[in-house]
Design a protein around this ligand. Structure first.
Ligand SMILES: *Cc1c(COP(=O)(O)O)cnc(C)c1O
Ligand SMILES: [Zn+2]
Length: 503
């Protein structure tokens, strides 16, 4: 498992394998109270507000130059140590006190960055890449946060601070898939239970926690209702909460930004990072990650951030419509059916985090670097199909990012000499039900999506002229019959495809 260490410069060697050190603590966004990470904690015991994790020894990170950090991460990339192959490549930023043997690695992180082809770039009006977070183990970015949350639980288990953990979460589908997967790796020390809004997750998403052996509960209503039940459970019973209220989830998801920095050779000038917003955990993490790398000098510019929301679930977009910071007032919205179903949330748990981090981000950058864009349901579907018909594997939320980027270009929020990186937050196959509704022209009215002929696709059943000469699994055709059948069917397909004879 050891690479040839001779290749590593002497100055980097001491840093290559990180030692657990320093102290992480929870800090409340409401009253600034601090709490130890030795206990499972999700909201402030004093005021009930959400928390973020902070590193007490953060100043020490600056003792190493930005250039040296870049080299540490570039050389660490060559290692085969499982604990350092995923999000913990950035151990000092993701969980400096976690020993490597407490880290859970199931193959998450370091997802591909795929450039859009000329056709798609021209259509969008700007050069852009998708970063395919659908290529994580449970096929969404949620695995980043779960690797962090379950590693923190393993750390507490290893120290004997907790035992027989029951992990619970509410989900729009992907959180439960990731939670069930990562918890199952720690079975039987950890057991998981997930709460889903009945009929509001796709069949693929429902199959995932079932397959991982979680207890699955379906509840009438929407995600926001499930979240209330989970909050009640976590306030009144001894459970480990795996929703993004859990600050470890945010910490793990910061790895997305660290990877983008490394993917683009640490050059974040003229870069634009586009993310869909649901519960707002992801955008909080993405901004926080860039802030941390910027403060230590690993990147020397903060990329522009664009948060996208559908007009069917747009509380964050609406909040920022008011230009005067002092007049802004957060109001939850009632969601309407959305094809960006994983982001269909009217009352985002991480709103206080967004408000604080956006302010920090813009202040650090010395200018407004965070923007919010609203898109229609129709544009989400059309752009998703456009992207996937040009070599991508993006989900509806990734389609939402591209729809939003297109609008951001038109509104001059981004300019043509910038390069955008779009979060394809899940794999297309998780959301193929929406593609089916589109292709079958059967979207219920409430979605406000009509099928655009240019994107339609359906299978064609090709039958032979002679209905008696048809192969089946049970009854194989005789040689001459099979030849007749093959010739007939081939001729019909060649005609459909306008194929020219090669003879
Ligand atoms: C969870 C999720 C989102 C929304 O992320 P938040 O952190 O809730 O804002 C977007 N896309 C997909 C595929 C998701 O699973
Ligand atoms: Zn508090």
């Amino acid at each position: 498992m050891k690479m040839n260490l001779d290749m590593i410069p002497e100055a980097i060697k001491p840093y290559l394998i990180p030692e657990p050190k320093g102290e992480l603590y929870y800090k409340c966004l409401g009253c600034d109270s601090q709490f130890s990470i030795d206990n499972l904690l999700y909201v402030c015991p004093e005021c009930g507000q959400v928390l973020l994790l902070h590193y007490r020894n953060a100043a020490d990170l600056k003792n190493i130059s930005g250039k040296t950090w870049q080299q540490i991460f570039d050389f660490r990339k060559l290692l085969k140590t499982p604990a350092l192959k995923g999000i913990y490549r950035y151990h000092e930023f993701i969980g400096p006190c976690i020993p490597l043997n407490s880290i859970i690695y199931l193959g998450e992180g370091h997802t591909p960055v795929v450039e859009a082809n000329e056709h798609l770039k021209n259509k969008a009006g700007i050069r852009f890449f998708y970063k395919n977070d659908g290529q994580n183990p449970s096929a969404s970015f949620k695995d980043r946060g779960m690797a962090s949350a379950l590693s923190s639980i393993k750390y507490l288990l290893d120290q004997g601070r907790v035992s027989d953990v029951i992990a619970v979460c509410a989900s729009t589908g992907d959180t439960s898939a990731a939670a069930a997967l990562y918890a199952s790796y720690l079975y039987p020390l950890v057991k998981s239970a997930v709460l889903l809004p009945h009929k509001k997750v796709t069949a693929q998403q429902l199959s995932q926690p079932l397959g991982s052996g979680a207890s699955v509960f379906e509840i009438p209503g929407v995600f926001d209702d499930c979240m209330k039940v989970v909050e009640h459970l976590s306030n009144n019973y001894s459970v480990a909460l795996l929703n993004s209220k859990n600050a470890w989830r945010i910490l793990g998801q910061e790895s997305y930004s660290y990877e983008i920095a490394q993917d683009f050779d640490w050059d974040m000038a003229d870069k634009v990072v586009v993310v869909p917003i649901g519960n707002a955990g992801n955008i909080s993490a993405v901004m926080n990650g860039f802030i941390k790398f910027y403060e230590v000098g690993i990147i020397d510019a903060l990329p522009k951030i664009i948060g996208i929301q559908s007009e069917h679930a747009d509380p964050v977009y609406k909040y920022y419509l008011e230009p005067d910071e002092n007049k802004r007032k957060f109001k939850p919205v009632n969601t309407k059916p959305s094809v960006a179903q994983a982001a269909m949330i009217g009352n985002p748990v991480s709103m206080p985090r967004v408000i604080q981090i956006v302010k920090n981000y813009n202040e650090l950058a010395g200018q407004q670097r965070v923007n919010f864009v609203q898109v229609t349901e129709q544009s989400i579907m059309d752009w998703q199909l456009e992207a996937n018909q040009n070599g991508h594997i993006t989900c509806t939320q990734g389609g939402e990012c591209l729809a939003g980027l297109h609008i951001a270009v038109k509104q001059n929020i981004v300019s043509k000499n910038e390069t955008a990186i779009l979060d394809a937050t899940a794999h297309a196959i998780k959301f193929s039900e929406f593609q089916n509704l589109y292709f079958e022209k059967s979207f219920p009215k409430a979605y406000e999506v009509t099928s655009n002929a240019q994107y339609l696709n359906k299978p064609s059943l090709i039958l032979p002229d002679d209905g008696n000469i048809v192969p089946s699994q049970e009854k194989r055709l005789k040689k001459e019959q099979l030849e007749t059948f093959v010739k007939d069917i081939s001729g019909k397909i060649a005609k459909r495809l306008n194929l020219k004879s090669s003879k």
